[in-house]
Design a protein around this ligand. Sequence first.
Ligand SMILES: [Ca+2]
Ligand SMILES: [Ca+2]
Length: 450
Amino acid sequence: NTKPVEITSSVAVRTALSGFLQPAGVGKGIHDREGVKAGDSYIRTYTFTRTSGSSSAVTYNLSWVGNDGTFSSAGSISLPLNREVTLPVAINPTTAGSHAAILNLNDPDTAGVEYQTMNVVVAAEQFNAANNYSVTKTGVAGRNQALHYFFNVPAGTPAFKVDLAGPSAATGTGQVRFLRFHPYGVSIDSTASTACYVPAVSTSCNGTTRTVQNPQAGVWELTVEARRTSDIANAPFTLTASILGATVSPNPDTIESAQANVGVNREYSFKNLYGAFTGRATGSNLSSAVVDRKSIGNLEQKTYEVVVDAGSTALTARIGNPSDLAADLDLFVIKDDKVLGQSADGDSEEAVTIANPAAGTYTILIDGYAVPAGTTTYDYLDVFAHAKFGTVAVTDSNGLRPAGSTWTAPGVVTAKIAPETGRILLGNVFVRTDGNVTIGTGEVRVLKVE
Ligand SMILES: [Ca+2]
Ligand SMILES: [Ca+2]
């Protein structure tokens, strides 16, 4: 005796992409991946509406399937026809990780379950001073098993590093890999059946340590999987996730005027913001740049010209940091009426780099694709690298940098020739790990060369 009935549901959700839902931030079931940690306790309130069937109210039994205790609600709900009814759900994840359950609405007088929703709450591991910005998980991975871990990476983190220990070339240690999933839910590693294992099947991926530079802020998922050919049933592993970062000061280091081919002595200081690492500061070549704060209106287009010299090794144009946070600006690099590069996604953080650019005049076009405030200011940079401009040299060597530690290193900035009028010389001081991962960046600006 089947009697189909139409029921709809809505509830606030929070993921890195939930702003793109229609309406924004609302889904059919609970899905909180961002902003939750173990021990949190809060309420999500559903709205249910029954839009067909009996003209009198119908009572549905509520049951949670697969619930580990994270979700709790009333045991039934009465739904009059075409009227919104709210249901508060208490959420109490007591352990880190993903907690999921199905919510069933069942009219006991009819066959089958009338309506159900999927519910997920992710309590992410947090990086803090108490854990030295490093979280270690130990476990065993069975053949073909995938284990899932979640880590909250704060905004502005320079590097997110993951290490795997345990499995090795030694017999009886198993064959295991980790894969990294971006807060948007997609893998940034190859998920091919041969990729990223320890011991390795292919050499395209380092199975024991990988680092993301400037990771997207939000909750990253790491999976640990044992291959079907793993040589023990259950392979013990240790997975360590860390965030790394260091500041450079002064930043920017501005030199008002330098004499051509005469080194200017500097001293740079560094501070380790997060977990301990082994590394050093290093310099770069100087490049020819325009660093400016510009403004643009809604649907307006602005162009800037760069004359790139023969022998340049890279041309970069970059915009960002708009005063109108809702603005969507796009960036195009054009030469001889051809678009050679573009960066045009849904925000105003855009960058294009052209390696070994041909000499000539390039047009940097900024498109005010959407500026809700009418007009917005934004950071503008164009820069081309050429060895002829000079160097930033920093004298430092790899050393252990404990959490919170500071150190200094001397530098010499040597400007060789002046850039074109209206441009400055721009270089960098970097902090790099002994594995050559950049975890801190400072700018050096030479405003005038005489
Ligand atoms: Ca039923
Ligand atoms: Ca854009």
